[in-house]
Every structure is written in C-alpha cells, then in structure tokens.
Design a protein around this ligand. Structure first.
Ligand code: 0RA
Length: 689
C-alpha cells in the first residue's frame, strides 16, 4: 500500500481538482447501466461494494486500517472507515462543499482526475454519487480535521448543506443508506453475499480489517476478515475449499504458497500460487480489487511466465527428454491454485462488467515480473522446485498415457466392431469359463496357432516383436504426494502398443482394473524354445508381475505352454519331445535292454549312435510347426503340458525372496544382475547362443 502512496498526488487534494461531469437524473432513469441488475440482487449488493470501494481506496493509499459494514434491521446499511474523511472544503465553481459535490455529481471525485490518481475499483467505477442517486435516504458523517460534519440526502438530492456538528478525535467517513424501493425489486441484503465479498477484499488488501455486522436477526452476528498474509492466505483458503469440494485431502505440494510482488511503470503486480494433488485449476485474476472472471492480459502474462520458467528448468535438468514427454500449459495447470492481483491506473476492460482486462502493455509487465521473481524463488528453494517439476511431469506423463489409450481405442474401433484389438483371433464361447487365450510370439506362429486351435474355446493373440521391460519397483514410493509412482508405472507399460493391445484382449482394464472382467479362464504364454522366446516370456512375466495384473498370477490364471523342441521320426512314426533331457530319456527307453549293460561312459556313446539312426528335427520356432502339429503337441488339452505360473513355494502371494530375484533380474541396476549370473553360471545346463 505504501508503494502507491509515494506516487500519489491526491495528498495535495483540493476541491478544485474535482471535475464536475453530469447530474444524477440519468442514473435514476437507467439504474441498471450504472449499478447492475436491479431485480436479481446483484445491483443492490453493488451499492454496498461501491461505497466500500471508496474506503478501500483510502486503505490502498495507506490512510485506512479498518472498515465496518453494518446491516440494520430497517434495511439500511452503514459503511464506516477510519480514513482521512471526504473533504468538506467549499468547491469554488459549485459553491458547495466537496462532500456534497462528490455525493451529488456523477463522475466526480478524485479518481477521475489525472492529477489526483487513485487506483479505485468499484464495479462500474461510478462513485458513491450513484449510490446516493439510488437511495431513498443517505446520511453522510465526515470526521476530518478534529471535526465532525453531517449532511443528508433523499433520492440523491441534498436535504440541507453540510453542517459542523461537534469536535472529535476521530478521522474517517461514515455513510448510511437505504436503497430505493422504487428502483430495486427487493432491498433485503444477504449477509453471506456481503461476507464473501468482504473476505475477498480483505485477502486482496493485506492487513486491512473488514468487519461485517449483521443486526437483522435477534442475535447479532459479526464476521471479521483480516489477513496479514494477504493473497498467500487467499491461495491457502481456496486450496482448502477445493479439497473439501473434492471430498478428499488433496495435499498441497509445498508448505506455504509461493508469493511474489513487483512494481514496474506504476503498475503493482502481486501473485501467489500453490499446487495440490488434485486435478482442477483455480486461478483468480484481479485488477484494482475487481475480479476478471474471463482473465485477460494479466492472466496471459502469468501463464506464459510460468510455462516458460518450468520448461526452462525441465530442459536444464534434461527431465522432459528423459521422460519422453513434452510439457505444455495444461500440465502446469493441473492442481494449480493461484491469485494474481494487479493495481494500475486507468485499466481498460472489454466490457462494462470488467470481466476481461484488455490493457495490452500489462501482459509483458506481468510476464517479466513473474519470470524474474519466480526464478529467484526457485533458485533459492530447490526442494520446492523439485516437487513442482515432478508434479508437472506426472501430469504430462498421465496426459500422454490418456492419449495412447484413446488412440488404442480408436484403432480398435476402426479394425473390429467388437471393440477388441484387431490382431486378436477371439474364441466363440462368450463366457469366461473354459476359455483360453494364447499369447504367441510373432505373426507366423500366430498364423499356425490360429489355424491349429479349436476356435470354440481358444483365442490367439500374436504379439509383434518384443514388449518393453515393464519392471516397476513396488517398494519405491515417490514422495507419496500424488500417486505419481502408479502413473509412472502405467505410463511405462502403456508406452508399448503391444501391451495396450494385450490389456484390451484381457478385458480387465488397467486404471480401473477389475479381475471380474477377465475374458478368459487361462492366459497361456506360448513362446519359441529359443533365447528370444525365453526373453519374450520373461518380459511378459515381468508385465504380469506388476500390480494390478499380478492378481492373474495370484488367482492361478497364468500359464506357460510347453511346445516341443524336437520331432523324432522313425519310419512313418513321429514323436514330439519337449527338451534335450526328454530326448535322452526317449532314446534310452527305446533301447532299454541294450542300455542296461552299458557302463556309464559308454553311455553317452550309445546315445550318439542311436541319434544317428533316428530323424530328429529341432523346431527353431513355433512357426515351423504345421497347424496340426501345434494342435497335437501344444494346444490340445488331452496331450499338452501346461505350467501354471505361481509365486514360489506354493504361496499365493509374492514372497520377499521372489521380489528380490525379480528385482535383480529385471531392475535397472546392472551390477546385482551380473553378480547373480556369475554365481549361477555353473548351474547352467542348456545354453542356447
Ligand atoms: C475524495 C478525496 C479524498 C478522499 C475521498 C474522496 C474519500 C472518499 C470516501 C468515501 C468513503 N470513504 C472515503 N474516504 C475518502 C482525499 C482527501 C484528502 O486528500 O485528504
């Protein structure tokens, strides 16, 4: 407030500096134009706001500390302040006291004079004379120069000139008015409407005490508003309100909202903001204490400053690139609560209602003040910066995720009317019981499986290439503040189109995962018996190990198919063998008698001789099997072997040990994995490289 005082020439006020523009008849003829709607209550309440705004002007220039508004039983309202008091000296041209001129002439009063600039608000900036014109009765008491003066009006017309009443130590202005019943449909004031506005004004004018006394009921009510924290307290208040409305504790990102203030070219910019864990945005913009619900140039300046700064820090720390996202204004908005308040002479608005600020020079001024101050703030508070960057990144990641899901839904829609992924060859039975989904590697295996299956209860989903490693460290919680860990985890999974397709086929969903919606009883991973195949199997198992998909493991829905590795043909007869061990067993068994006589070393020689007699085919991939072979060996429930995926030692849930091994094998750290491999190297029997 003091800052304005320095530049404020109104201290040298004299009655001469008041310009007389026109009379009040126009106001009574078209009250709506000056005060707002006279039927819905808004105009009626603006009567009070208009008077209070004049007192606020006194507060802005540093002379008024307290404003009291009293609602009386007879519908009159009193607004009293402890400012300098309306001047009472005689206006030379008008031969009336300045107080009388101010109260009876439209557009008179210091604020319309360039020489006695004030940053006054007021809904229409029309001045107290409008209130006088629309009041059946108005009493003005001025406490100034140790004297008390009184003057009264009826429907805007002076009853008798201003009178000295008595000596006083008080200083200030007291206005009591009764709105005209000829003008307003109802003259009953609403305490909560007044209280809300008074609280807002108290937030916007740090340290100013505004009391509202409601005497209209048997029990007198007092509403006190005074905020030494100003707009910082306003932001905390709005944030709490948001939390209550959302019906959950949306924890704030940092302890106290950030606050900054700066002045450039006679324009004061004040701003405070905070992020919380919610999604909604609330940014209020004010010019000279009046809110612009449609924003304007000041808000544009604020937004571009914030977006620029945050992107600058993200780039410096290489964070956007690392997370493969681009951060935009909408990510910064998420969970943001802000109050932007500027005070400037002669603001330009797009309309009478002042809902949008259009003064063009303001954008750059606000942007540069906010950029400078917020940069300093972030540099001095690196921990706050970290939380902000993390929050914004999470929003960007989640947005990216939502887009991917949308795209996948769209793709689905264009490829198949059923809403299932296009690559899925679904089964015919619609109920879940007794059905199986084979997840196979590559299109050629997919082709064999699609032809070899029993269409009635078996579905086939071919995956193209390798899915990403979706290992997510479940013990890691990121500052516990916005569920960001889950977002990050999901986003990691969703970055693979193959997994989005898989989840769509499963039917469970992922954000609102529900195992009840699982579309198949058995989910069977069927990969080739080579290194790539085992790798893909590992990656799929890693995916199913993540929450919430691990419920499929816990409930026993996940299986591994056991396709054969060898086909042995002896004459016209063929047998399929799972692995090397089984192959040896087969050969030994087929020549059991001969074997009995062999010594251990000659053992091995025999096998290699027998092998030569047989035609042994090693399947390099499932694609090499014809559909009939695949059915006979791997798909047919009568012949096949399936391995059920379980957590170790028959436990339904993951043990600490399981967790640890999964972390070693799939986590980002290389060293523990290397140690594990070295320690197990000697146990390796079948190395396929
Ligand atoms: C014109 C000039 C000055 C003060 C005011 C009006 C004034 C108006 C209202 C209305 C309610 N309370 C008010 N307080 C002050 C400046 C007077 C000076 O320079 O001393």
């Amino acid at each position: 407030m003091k800052d304005i005082q320095k530049n404020n020439p109104s201290k040298n006020y004299s009655a001469d500096s008041i310009k007389v523009l026109k009379g009040l008849e126009a106001v009574r003829k078209r009250p709506g134009m000056y005060i707002g709607d006279t039927d819905d209550g808004s105009g009626l309440h603006h009567m009070v706001f208009e008077v209070v705004d004049n007192s606020i002007d006194e507060a802005i220039v540093g002379f008024c500390k307290k404003i009291t508004i009293t609602m009386h039983k007879d519908n009159t309202v009193t607004v009293e302040d402890d400012g300098r008091g309306i001047p009472v000296d005689v206006h030379k041209g008008e031969k009336k006291s300045a107080a009388e001129v101010i109260m009876t002439q439209l557009h008179s009063g210091g604020k319309f004079d360039q020489n006695s600039y004030k940053v006054s608000g007021g809904l229409h900036g029309v001045g107290v004379s409008v209130v006088n014109a629309l009041s059946e009765k108005l009493d003005l008491t001025v406490f100034r120069d140790q004297k008390e003066y009184f003057i009264s009006f009826k429907n805007g017309k002076t009853v008798s000139p201003i009178n000295f009443i008595k000596k006083t130590k008080k200083s200030g202005t007291k206005i009591t008015f009764l709105p005209s019943k000829d003008i307003f449909s109802s003259i009953k004031f609403n305490a909560s409407t007044l209280h809300k506005k008074m609280r807002e004004l108290a937030f916007l004018n740090k340290g100013l005490q505004i009391n509202l006394i409601d005497e209209t009921h048997a029990k007198i009510k007092l509403y006190e508003s005074k905020y030494s924290g100003g707009i910082t307290e306003f932001v905390s208040f709005l944030d709490q309100k948001k939390s209550i409305l959302a019906n959950k504790n949306e924890k704030a990102a940092f302890k106290k909202p950030l606050y900054l203030m700066g002045e450039r070219r006679n324009i004061i910019v004040e701003c405070s903001f905070q992020w919380n864990a919610g999604f909604s945005e609330e940014v209020l913009a004010f010019t000279n204490n009046i809110q612009q619900k449609d924003g304007g140039t000041h808000l544009l300046g604020f937004r571009s400053a914030l977006t620029r700064i945050i992107n600058k820090y993200l780039a410096e720390k290489n964070l956007a690139k690392k997370n493969k996202v681009t951060v935009g204004g909408e990510d910064i908005k998420e969970g943001l609560t802000a109050v932007l308040s500027i005070k400037m002479p002669d603001p330009k608005f797009s309309s009478q209602t002042k809902d949008k600020l259009v003064s063009s020079e303001i954008r750059n001024i606000v942007e540069s003040i906010i950029s400078d101050k917020v940069t300093i703030w972030f540099d001095q508070n690196p921990s706050v910066l970290r939380v902000v960057l993390d929050k914004v990144l999470q929003a960007a990641i989640a947005r990216d995720l939502a887009r991917k899901t949308r795209d996948s839904v769209r793709r689905k829609g264009t490829l198949e009317l059923s809403g299932l992924p296009g690559k899925l060859a679904d089964c015919q039975i619609s109920k879940m019981e007794g059905t199986e989904l084979f997840i196979v590697e590559g299109d050629s295996a997919g082709g064999s499986a699609k032809q070899g299956r029993t269409r009635e209860f078996q579905a086939v989903l071919p995956l193209r290439g390798k899915i990403l490693n979706t290992y997510i460290n479940e013990n890691k919680k990121i500052n516990g503040f916005n569920g960001s860990h889950e977002n990050r985890a999901l986003s990691k999974m969703m970055s693979s189109n193959e997994i989005v397709t898989l989840i769509n086929a499963l039917g469970t969903g992922f954000r609102n995962f529900d195992i009840e919606n699982l579309r198949y009883e058995k989910i069977i991973i069927m990969t080739d018996a080579d290194v790539d195949g085992s790798h893909i199997r590992t990656l799929l198992l890693t995916f199913f190990n993540n929450q919430p998909f691990n419920q499929l493991i816990e409930k026993g829905h996940l299986y591994l198919a056991q396709p054969p590795l060898f086909k042995i043909t002896k004459g016209t007869k063929s047998v399929y063998i799972k692995n090397e061990k089984e192959l040896e067993k087969y050969i030994l068994k087929s020549s059991e008698n001969a074997v009995k006589k062999l010594t251990k070393t000659a053992l091995e020689k025999f096998i290699s001789n027998e092998k030569k007699k047989l035609r042994i085919q090693r399947f390099k991939g499932l694609g090499e099997m014809n559909p009939e072979e695949l059915w006979q060996t791997t798909l047919n429930p009568e012949n096949r072997t399936l391995l059920r995926v379980e957590y170790s030692k028959g436990t339904k849930e993951k043990s600490k040990e399981d967790r640890n091994i999964i972390k070693i094998l799939m986590g980002d750290e290389v060293a523990p994995r290397k140690n594990f491999i070295i320690s197990k190297a000697l146990e390796v029997e079948n190395l396929d490289i």
